[in-house]
Ligand binder design. Structure first.
Ligand SMILES: N[C@@H](CCC(=O)NCCCC(=O)O)C(=O)O
Length: 268
């Protein structure tokens, strides 16, 4: 007999959130930003933070999940994954994250599992599928500087700074409708060549791809360059995006019979 307590959420979709490698003092940690975890919850899912894993762990980890949420990070995707040397050696990398998130993305999309990527999550997904990145968007002729300024207050850093134009016929039009969306911008890398088969979902005024989906994958997929997790509960567009992802994860859970009661509820 289940010992479920009504106040405990039951049958929430489980969403894997790959952690980032961080140094806290002299010691290495694996960490995920609270605002991302809150955003997964806002979408109606249960975040499961996963420390840096091995490619061979991907299938076992996905067997626990109903979706995957790739967070932003101050670290860059290593440029060797798109055939380049590091342009600015002063910028942080996270090869432990790269090593498993790139194969993770390919398997999630092969299975048709729901995928939501933010900022670095968009970049590593494009690279995982064979696309390339600008390592320094601001150094490209004709492109804007998409970075934030460390000296600005955090609400300014994550405040809206430019529009993105939603493209016709994709996920963003379905979820948000057509038109322009004001978004924040905190990135030095950006999409140079969109991987084959990806659908550009939104463009910045300088033409940079700021969101894409993966039509070949049977499930929900959306990666955005901006940060909808920032104050998501106050932003109607962010809430719609996160809710759409959460509903896709719920549908995955139901379709794969992962929403039956667990009679092996822990003894109290
Ligand atoms: N390092 C990459 C990706 C940028 C990014 O994800 N920024 C957010 C960092 C802080 C946070 O998690 O909110 C790039 O510079 O393009």
């Amino acid at each position: 007999m289940s010992t479920h307590h009504p106040s405990t959420p039951r049958n929430l979709p489980v969403v894997l959130v790959p952690a980032c490698s961080k140094m806290l003092g002299h010691h290495p940690f694996q960490a995920a930003g609270q605002k991302y975890l809150d955003a997964v919850r806002l979408g109606g899912c249960l975040p499961l933070v996963v420390p840096a894993a091995q490619p061979d762990d991907v299938n076992a980890l996905l067997s626990l999940a109903d979706g995957v949420f790739l967070t932003g990070s101050v670290s860059n995707t290593h440029p060797r994954h798109f055939g380049e040397d590091v342009h600015d050696t002063s910028l942080p990398l996270d090869e432990a994250r790269d090593a498993w998130t790139l194969p993770l993305v390919r398997e999630v999309l092969r299975r048709g599992m729901p995928l939501f990527g933010i900022c670095r999550g968009l970049q590593e997904t494009n690279v995982a599928l064979g696309g390339t990145l600008y390592q320094a968007v601001q150094e490209q002729p004709g492109l804007m500087d998409h970075r934030s300024r460390d000296e600005d207050p955090v609400d300014v850093q994550y405040g809206p700074v430019h529009p993105v134009h939603v493209q016709r016929g994709g996920v963003l039009e379905r979820v948000l409708g057509l038109g322009d969306l004001q978004v924040n911008s905190l990135h030095g890398q950006g999409i140079r060549r969109l991987a084959d088969g990806l659908r550009a979902e939104a463009l910045a005024p300088d033409g940079l791809v700021e969101a894409f989906s993966v039509p070949q994958s049977s499930g929900f997929s959306l990666c955005v360059q901006w940060h909808p997790e920032w104050r998501a509960d106050e932003n109607p567009a962010s809430r719609k995006l996160l809710t759409a992802f959460g509903r896709a994860c719920q549908a995955w859970r139901a379709a794969h019979h992962r929403n039956e009661d667990d009679d092996l509820a822990p003894e109290t």
